[in-house]
Design a protein around this ligand. Structure first.
Ligand SMILES: Nc1ncnc2c1ncn2[C@@H]1O[C@H](COP(=O)(O)OP(=O)(O)OP(=O)(O)O)[C@@H](O)[C@H]1O
Ligand SMILES: [Mg+2]
Length: 239
């Protein structure tokens, strides 16, 4: 049997005394997209933060391709190959596009020129190439989102965690983000996609986990939600 990209078991997370995530368990299969869904405050960002080592957590297992990453620093987890596209994009507005990309750059472990580097990013996203000397803060929301995605790609990750990449973007730009996500999955990357845009999540995800107040309220193949408007409404308050 193939090893899963991420195996999460018995994950609990805390802000000080506040116990926010309760015994979450789910897997991300290699080359698949797991949609991590839930209403505002359900615990999605906390879950992403706990996997990245940014939030205090206790877990039975957090394994990346069968190797434990539990308890490692965010830097070490990133070096092991987990990329993060954070909620709200968090690019550096007063640095140029080029600087934003190169602060994160890391060649693949083999040291060769395969994988994602500046050349590949600029070839795939020509608009970023055209704007490479511009301050990132002057880009449109959609361009900033592409920059945030490319910055995560520059570490040549094996798994990428996307935290609400469509938030605040016009429908046409959301469609572009969806295309990029599909391309990344086709390239073999494994993905966690946090989304409140249910249409987008159901279009892209292979499996879904729905959180409610820090607990797993539903988990299954994407068809378990796609074909069940009532369940979507009950869990997420939308059709
Ligand atoms: N830094 C923090 N300190 C204390 N509590 C926090 C902190 N960040 C989040 N929380 C709380 O943890 C719970 C989960 O929040 P989280 O941000 O993970 O939700 P979310 O599902 O990502 O929501 P959204 O869709 O609004 O981004 C909420 O009750 C929130 O108020
Ligand atoms: Mg969030």
């Amino acid at each position: 049997m193939d090893t899963d990209a991420l195996t999460i078991s018995g994950l609990n997370a805390f802000y000080g005394e506040s116990h926010v995530l309760h015994d979450l368990s789910f897997n991300v299969k290699k080359g698949q997209v797991l949609g991590l869904l839930g209403r505002n405050g359900a615990g999605k960002t906390t879950c992403i933060g706990a996997i990245m080592g940014l939030v205090k957590a206790k877990a039975t297992r957090i394994d990346l391709f069968g190797q434990s990453i539990a308890g490692l620093s965010p830097e070490a987890i990133s070096l092991k190959g987990v990329g993060l596209v954070p909620q709200g994009r968090r690019i550096f507005p007063s640095l140029t596009v080029f600087e934003n990309l190169t602060v994160a750059a890391r060649r693949g472990k083999t040291g060769d020129n395969s994988g994602w580097g500046l050349e590949q990013v600029y070839a795939t996203f020509p608009r970023l190439s055209e704007r490479q000397r511009q301050l990132a803060g002057s880009l449109s929301g959609g361009e900033q989102q592409m920059l945030a995605i490319c910055r995560a790609l520059m570490i040549n990750p094996r798994v990428i965690l996307f935290d609400e990449p469509s938030e605040g973007l016009a429908p046409q730009i959301v469609a572009e983000v969806a295309t990029v996500l599909k391309q990344l999955r086709s390239s073999g990357l494994s993905i966690i996609l946090v989304e409140q845009n249910i249409k987008l999540a159901l279009d892209i995800a292979d499996e879904v986990v729905v959180l409610n107040t820090g607990y797993v309220a539903h988990a299954g193949g994407v068809d378990s939600l796609r074909s069940n408007d009532r369940l979507v409404e009950q869990l997420l308050g939308v059709y």
